[in-house]
Design a protein around this ligand. Structure first.
Ligand code: NAP
Length: 331
């Protein structure tokens, strides 16, 4: 048996192309003592992977050409040399873009198969959900009645941010690309308002949607959207700085014009990387699972079929073709 893998073939010059990847059939990995052999069932596709395709300064080392693409996955234990796991367990971990991975047991998390569908362990009750939980609650510190604005609002992180903010009694304004996504954000996620950032008059629409100003801006995209938010910030507002997807392709950055508004509003802006806050994961996952079970936290998944289609699905996610969490189901 062979292990199908997707490798980084070359670094993108700007936008990612399918030719930046190569699909190969490699030798099967073997589990060493303390390790677990996992068969990947679903691969999670996430924007951070775009940054790992580039060399240069970042918070994590890049993938080198010829290496397996990094990524989180949901898998089934096929062999365990760690006493904490048995064959058949469903786990999440850093499988990478491949069909099988031998991983340290200490780096895996067992998934409760009796609760919500297991795929939520990669989405609303997984890394994106925990990211939303931490950024909003620990950095944003929402109070009932405040206005929370979140960009990439229909996506894996943004959809959870807005719904937690609603649970906490805030007025929630989403920002998303296009009418269909805004309709979804309003009708299914029940945000109070949603503004299409692709509209020519986006800035004035955002102002109208936040008549009392903005107390928390959960930043996922940066660029022109951030510039439009800055003048609307209230005194002592908070900005959990989660992502900046508009510039992951390393095109020339948007020159921010309104930065002084951070001073004028005495705002707090704090970047964070969720894998560095392992101490809150258990609490966050338990609360997220509870909200999903209670029907208070809704989610969508976009699922591509087959590992060899992961590059196309990844490019689509970067272009906004996904609705909710982008996954790949392995054959
Ligand atoms: N700090 C952390 O630890 C951490 C952890 C997880 C995720 N993140 C960050 O959180 C953000 C959202 O991640 P996600 O997994 O939830 O992805 P996602 O929102 O499910 O998918 C990415 C979305 O970004 C939007 N987008 C793409 N290009 C854009 C542009 N130029 N301007 C505005 N929006 C654009 C698209 O939505 P539209 O169709 O609406 O444009 C697309 O659907 C990303 O920036 C990611 O890097 C950070």
């Amino acid at each position: 048996m062979k292990n199908r893998q997707v490798l980084l073939a070359s670094r993108p010059e700007a936008e990612v192309k399918e030719s930046n990847f190569r699909v190969v059939d490699a030798a099967m990995p073997r589990a060493a003592t303390g390790e677990v052999l996992v068969r990947t069932l679903y691969l999670s596709l996430d924007p951070y992977m775009r940054m790992r395709m580039d060399a240069g300064k970042s918070y994590a080392p890049p993938v080198e050409p010829g290496e397996v693409m990094v990524g989180g996955g949901l898998g089934e234990v096929v062999e365990s040399l760690d006493p904490k796991f048995t064959k058949g367990d469903i786990v999440t971990g850093r499988t990478g873009w491949q069909a099988f991975a031998a991983l340290p047991g200490a780096a895996l998390r067992k998934v409760d198969t009796k609760g919500a569908p297991v795929t939520t362990a990669l989405g609303a009750v997984g890394m994106p959900g925990v990211t939303a939980w931490y950024g909003l609650l620990k950095i944003g510190e929402p109070r009932a009645g405040e206005t929370v604005v979140v960009s990439a609002a229909s996506g894996a992180v943004g959809s959870v941010v807005g719904q937690i903010a609603s649970i906490k009694g805030c007025r929630v304004v989403g920002i998303a690309g296009g009418k269909a996504k805004c309709d979804y954000v309003l009708s299914e996620l029940k945000f109070d308002a949603c503004v299409d950032y692709k509209a020519a008059d986006f800035e004035s629409r955002l102002k109208a949607a936040a008549p009392d100003g903005i107390d928390i801006y959960f930043e996922n995209v940066g660029g022109r959207v951030l510039d439009a938010v800055l003048p609307l910030l209230n005194a002592f507002s908070r900005i959990p700085f989660c992502g900046y997807i508009s510039e992951y392709d390393r095109k020339e950055g948007h020159a921010i014009r309104n930065l002084r508004q951070l001073l004028v509003s005495r705002a707090k802006l704090q970047g964070f990387i969720i894998s560095e806050h392992l101490e809150i994961w258990d609490q966050a996952l338990s609360e997220l699972a509870g909200w999903v079970a209670a029907g208070k936290l809704r989610y969508r998944e976009s699922i591509a079929e087959g590992l060899e289609n992961a590059p196309q699905a990844f490019i689509g996610m970067l272009l906004g073709k996904n609705l909710g969490k982008q996954l790949v189901k392995l054959a």
